[in-house]
Design a protein around this ligand. Structure first.
Ligand SMILES: [Zn+2]
Ligand SMILES: [Zn+2]
Length: 134
């Protein structure tokens, strides 16, 4: 089991299962949502993601049709996103997980949108759109 939470501690969650398809997304929306060079997101089965505290402290923003990014109302930590077309899964922002995780990123996506100061120095596959199969 993995545990995590937001910066101020109001929102706490547990992940009772694995994380798959971890990607580092360099698209402009993710960069703004994280305030950083990229977002590190992974898929968790919706039933495996349990908010143990502060569900009422989460608020959402529909960043593109059907896709809502949820973050803490108090501290702004981005926690997860939900897609109306894929209700069986959530996409968790890996930086909010406090446990050591065993899974590893599989790819960089939307690399054509990356910030001009951002240099990719690892050997993971790079895609100009979503990773194959999404
Ligand atoms: Zn918070
Ligand atoms: Zn993105």
């Amino acid at each position: 089991m993995y545990t995590g939470g937001c910066l101020c501690g109001a929102v706490r969650f547990e992940i009772h299962g694995g994380i798959r398809n971890i990607v580092e997304c360099h698209c402009s929306r993710c960069r703004k949502a994280q305030g950083s060079a990229f977002a590190a997101n992974g898929i968790v089965e919706a039933g495996d993601f349990v908010i143990t505290r502060g569900e009422d402290k989460l608020t959402g923003y529909e960043s593109s049709p059907g896709q809502v990014k949820y973050f803490c109302k108090t501290c702004g930590s981005p926690i997860l996103s939900r897609n109306a077309a894929k209700t069986g899964q959530v996409r968790v922002r890996l930086g909010t997980i406090e446990s050591d995780i065993v899974e590893r990123p599989m790819a960089h996506i939307f690399v054509s949108s990356r910030a001009n100061w951002d240099e990719i120095t690892d050997d993971l596959p790079q895609y100009d759109s979503y990773e194959p199969g999404r």
